[in-house]
Design a protein around this ligand. Structure first.
Ligand code: G3P
Length: 220
């Protein structure tokens, strides 16, 4: 399973990239606005930190303007993935870019039917938003199970399921059990994955016992 971090905060990206466990980055217009940084130079900086796919989203909603924006974004670096909304114009652009060997992440997916359209449009990734479905009392993870199952029925579909809008480590383990290829999560949720109280307790006991033994592994 690939791990993307869902943030435009360069320091958080650097910290997590240093673990060697991060395979890519996703951003969206809200995260860019929150960063307070200028979009294109920021994406350029992120692409230098992470070698894997870095999703940069078009801001326009009409096809022609989206196409021009995508051209600017894909010239930033080789690892930029163009993020487009799941609309007729977004999918038209997805098809065009995918034919041209550009990776596209189709975002704002909330149904299995929409995910089929994204696959037909040649998307490299489809981003179903599980947390936002949960927020309105729908079952976000059920959508992931459905999409994974449908894509398995059609091996010609090359689209990877990128589970987005993740709220907790449970979403990630459930996505892994279902066979989703990628998750993107906020840094705070990825940090939570490391934690278990028994790990902390166990380590504290090992350190204490080791100190009592008076031994050292590293000799001068
Ligand atoms: O990047 C898209 C997605 O992960 C947004 O998540 O928490 O705003 O629903 P959220």
């Amino acid at each position: 399973m690939k791990f993307f971090v869902d943030t435009a905060d360069i320091h958080e990206i650097e910290e997590l990239a240093a673990t060697g466990l991060i395979d890519g980055v996703t951003t969206n217009p809200s995260l860019i606005a929150k960063s307070g940084k200028e979009f294109v130079p920021l994406i350029k900086d992120i692409c230098k930190i992470v070698n894997g796919p870095v999703s940069a989203e078009v801001a326009a909603t009409d096809f022609e303007t989206m196409r021009k924006e995508a051209e600017v974004l894909r010239n930033i670096a080789n690892n930029v993935t163009i993020k487009v909304p799941l609309t007729p114009a977004g999918l038209k652009l997805c098809k065009l870019l995918s034919h041209d060997d550009t990776k596209v992440n189709v975002t704002l997916c909330f149904s299995a039917a929409q995910a089929i359209l994204a696959a037909k449009a040649g998307a490299a990734f489809v981003s179903p938003f599980v947390g936002r479905l949960d927020d309105i009392s729908m079952n976000g993870m059920q959508l992931i199970e459905d999409i994974v199952k449908i894509y398995k029925n059609y091996p010609a579909y090359k689209t990877e399921v990128l589970v987005a809008s993740i709220r907790s480590p449970m979403h990630i383990t459930q996505a892994a059990k279902m066979g989703a290829q990628v998750i993107t999560a906020p840094p705070s949720v990825i940090q939570q994955l490391f934690k278990h109280p028994l790990t902390d307790q166990g380590l504290a006991a090992f350190v204490e016992d080791w100190n009592k033994s008076g031994q050292t592994i590293l000799k001068d």
